[in-house]
Design a protein. Structure first.
Length: 565
């Protein structure tokens, strides 16, 4: 038995023995070993010690009158085996059924006190041996106590933790082809407006942008979360200001304005039972209220490749709303099923009911439902999103992703869309030459698209066939973790952004586009990583590009340095 545990048990044994030895008043008058020896008959004590040295009790079975069926058998066995302070009679009996004399109690008490004395000496030797180490530890503990006291006095909050992320992107996009061709005000690039000159100036330009996010995580019960994000940056919706190409936007880009701090997220999340999690707030995102995103590819370079191949379904709608996530409660490590449902009104983000408000026909409402299954190294999910007018399909050609209009002059009801996303991923249990694989496909059916002149249904102007009835997208993504060094990663992805596959006007859609991305992430430390990346966009303007003399291809080169703190 360990020394310190023995020291704790020995006094307890004394407490049990003493009442049998004498009255409380008599025991209280004893003052140590000398008093015990005076109390006992010295001749009896010497005789008992002589017998004890010759017949040391090492097992309760040495007592002829103690049987396993006796009610105190286990207690006696523990005293003999663990504490070594049980004595019997010279004839090999314990006589547990008869009264104990004071001499007998004193003998037993003396045996236990001898054991305590032995262990006290052993403890002193240990203290002397490790005196130097104990002194060092005592100094460290004192220093930690001072630091803890200082932290408690200066802490930001007892319920809130601050986490930050800073991305600094150095790079640019090269445009291959002629200057931006003819168009109209709806597509934001043409020879007769400022976008044309801006687009020309953006060719081969290098920019240095940043995105700073400060996350305040507050919990009141340890299981809930009040999430607040402050965000600032110095770029527009694309990291490379001036480009009209929707597909060139980076995941970290923001359109809040240059060097302006904004509330980027604000919501409250809490559990309901063991399997449900609810979220509600004035500023949240539909793709953040689902059980999981079905992909293992995560360099976060082009925004398109963060949307599981289905930008129309995973459109990152942000505004006021609420959501509920169900996750099957299974034994850790086993596969489980998930289900998610949420509602987001993008109009409510402004807080102005005059713009339509939540649940109205003009509320830019998004209803999202996801069903999925997930294991340790795989996952698959199907997601459906219904979007009302002025919701978009996120990333693709100008023809396909134009906001669905809220225009009472159009024939029929306001525009709306039904969007489906199917995605799956798999990753090896152990890193090596085999990469993780993520694939996704999306389909969008639209009731109406941008305003179409019913008087002009022919010709080559892209606007005349912009009455899109269906669009599709897909992506395939591959990532190697621990590539060449532990903590680093590499990968590439390719696919097609949202593109028109059929029109209501009957004119064929020639809207195909292709996107490619390569990256390698260096892990400098636990908090710093550097990611050089290259992306290539082929025919990113789709039908608009094919019917006009516009930009042919885009090549982007960048280095993203990320700090987490």
């Amino acid at each position: 038995m360990k020394l310190f545990k023995q020291l704790l048990v020995a006094p307890a044994a004394l407490g049990l023995v003493a009442p049998m030895a004498a009255s409380a008043q008599q025991v209280a008058s004893l003052t140590g070993m000398s008093a015990v020896n005076e109390y006992m008959n010295q001749q009896d004590v010497d005789r008992f010690r002589a017998w004890e040295s010759k017949n040391q009790v090492t097992s309760v079975n040495q007592f002829s009158d103690v049987k396993p069926t006796d009610w105190a058998y286990q207690a006696l066995s523990n005293l003999v085996d663990k504490y070594g302070c049980v004595a019997g009679y010279p004839n090999g009996t314990y006589k547990g059924g008869q009264a104990m004399t004071r001499y007998e109690a004193a003998a037993l008490l003396n045996a236990c006190l001898d054991r305590v004395t032995e262990q006290t000496d052993e403890l002193k030797r240990l203290l002397d041996e490790f005196q130097q180490e104990l002194t060092v530890l005592r100094g460290r503990v004192d220093g930690l106590e001072k630091k803890v006291g200082k932290l408690e006095a200066q802490q930001f909050s007892t319920t809130t933790k601050l986490k930050g992320e800073l991305n600094m992107v150095l790079g640019g996009v090269a445009y291959t082809g002629s200057a931006f061709g003819r168009g109209n005000g709806n597509n934001n690039f043409g020879t007769n407006n400022s976008a044309a000159s801006a687009g020309t100036a953006a060719r081969n330009a290098v920019s240095f942008n940043y995105d700073l996010r400060l996350n305040l995580n507050t919990s009141f019960t340890g299981k809930d979360l009040l999430f607040t994000r402050l965000r600032a940056g110095n770029w527009a919706n694309s990291a490379f200001g001036g480009t009209p190409v929707n597909m060139a936007a980076l995941d970290k880009a923001t359109s809040y304005g240059t060097d302006i701090v904004n509330i980027d997220r604000l919501y409250y999340q809490f559990p309901i039972g063991k399997e449900f999690t609810a979220t509600i707030g004035p500023k949240l995102r539909n793709t953040e209220m689902i059980a999981f995103r079905p992909q293992a590819y995560n360099p976060e370079i082009l925004d398109f490749f963060t949307l599981a191949g289905a930008p129309g379904a995973y459109n990152k709608a942000t505004g006021g709303g609420f959501g509920l996530v169900w996750k099957q409660n299974v034994k850790k490590g086993n596969p489980y099923l998930t289900a998610s449902a949420n509602f987001v009104s993008e109009t409510s983000e402004s807080g102005d009911p005059n713009s339509g408000g939540m649940f109205s026909a003009y509320g830019r409402n998004n209803v999202t439902v996801q069903l999925g299954a997930r294991g340790n190294n795989w996952g698959l999910a199907a997601l459906y999103r219904y979007g009302t007018c002025n919701t978009d399909l996120r990333r693709g050609t100008p023809m396909a992703v134009t906001d669905l209009p809220c225009n009472s002059s159009l024939t029929g009801n306001n525009a709306s869309s039904n969007n489906l996303g199917l995605g799956a991923f798999w990753q090896p249990i152990q890193t090596g030459w085999i990469p993780s694989i993520s694939i996704g496909w999306g389909y969008s059916g639209l009731s109406q698209n941008s305003a179409v002149s019913t008087a002009n249904t022919g010709g080559n102007n892209a606007n005349t066939i912009n009455n899109v009835s269906a669009a599709q997208s897909w992506s395939a993504m591959f990532q190697w973790d621990d590539a060449f060094a532990k903590g680093n990663s590499a990968g590439f992805a390719f696919g097609q952004g949202v593109m028109t596959t059929s029109t209501r006007s009957g004119i064929g859609a020639n809207d195909a586009n292709y996107a490619f991305e390569w990256f390698y992430r260096f892990r400098v430390s636990d908090n710093i990583s550097i990611t050089p990346a290259v992306f290539y966009l082929s025919n990113p303007l789709g039908q608009q590009q094919n019917t006009q003399s516009t930009v042919l291809n885009n090549t982007g080169i960048l280095v993203n340095t990320r700090f987490t703190f």
